[in-house]
Design a binder for this molecule. Structure first.
Ligand SMILES: Nc1nc2c(ncn2[C@@H]2O[C@H](COP(=O)(O)OP(=O)(O)OP(=O)(O)O)[C@@H](O)[C@H]2O)c(=O)[nH]1
Length: 249
């Protein structure tokens, strides 16, 4: 936790409190159209005698091409710093951020994976059990967008395109993957907090709803599991490829 942040009860910093449903980057850039937390989630959190909405942890994994800005994004959000000099991630880095969402504690584990080809196999093992997968690309590098689909194991190639064209294509890619798109800058900090608040709140809502289901932790097909579904498919394809050879570390 950065020095200078006010720390409240349960070790949650004052700037990690979510009381309103964070909105998407753009209404067209998300499959999640709710404007508010689910009424059941609100009710469970306001009447938390059962403790059902308490002590939740979620796992978020950042993936994407080499040097697209995964580490910078994590450092901007977790420590409010930006480093101009590129230092390659070796293997995987790990951060923990504590939130209070609708007055319930919620912990986000962030796994920042390396984009370099030689670390891909290591990164794949960290995807398992992820509640949210964040695929990062560089808006100034159309190739890194075309590789988003490689990361999600879908074939879709982009030609040379302007920033606006890349962005509208990115929204299309996100829509086709049932994922949500955000443009942000780790350099200036623009949209970084909004993005993580959104990601952690959607995951929180999903986990609370899943717990409120009659049979407890039944498999739901909403938010987190969509992301998990994509990831599971990705991991399955990866496992298949691994069997067929592929130079793996
Ligand atoms: N202008 C600008 N530069 C950025 C931004 N985010 C990252 N960078 C720069 O991009 C370079 C790569 O950033 P990293 O965060 O290390 O990239 P990465 O994806 O973690 O790299 P690997 O872990 O090796 O895959 C660095 O020189 C950063 O300063 C951004 O939002 N704007």
């Amino acid at each position: 936790m950065s020095a200078g942040r006010t720390v409240l009860q349960q070790n949650v910093a004052s700037d990690r409190i979510v009381s309103k449903y964070p909105q998407p980057f753009h209404p067209d850039s998300t499959p999640y159209q709710s404007l508010n937390f689910h009424p059941k989630v609100k009710a469970a959190c306001s009447d938390n005698k059962t403790g059902r909405a308490g002590l939740k942890i979620c796992k978020g994994v950042l993936v994407g091409d080499v040097a697209v800005g995964k580490t910078s994004l994590v450092h901007r959000f977790c420590h409010n710093v930006f480093e101009r000099d590129y230092k390659a991630t070796i293997g995987v880095d790990f951060e923990v951020e504590k939130f209070s969402i609708l007055s319930s504690p919620f912990t986000l584990q962030l796994w920042d994976t390396a984009g370099q080809e030689r670390f891909k196999c290591i990164a794949a093992s960290y995807y398992r059990g992820a509640n949210v997968v964040i695929v990062v690309f560089d808006l100034s590098d159309a190739t890194s967008l075309s590789n988003v689909e490689k990361w999600m194991d879908d074939a879709y190639l982009l030609s040379e395109a302007s920033y606006e064209t890349v962005e509208s294509q990115a929204i299309g890619v996100a829509n086709s993957l049932q994922a949500e798109y955000w443009a942000l800058s780790s350099k200036t900090g623009e949209n970084v907090k909004e993005f993580f608040f959104r990601a952690v709140s959607l995951t929180f809502e999903f986990l609370v709803l899943r717990e409120l289901e009659p049979n407890g932790s039944g498999e739901s097909k909403q938010i987190g599991s969509d992301l998990l579904k994509i990831e599971r498919e990705r991991t399955e394809v990866y496992e298949e490829r691994k069997k067929k050879d592929l130079k793996c570390c």
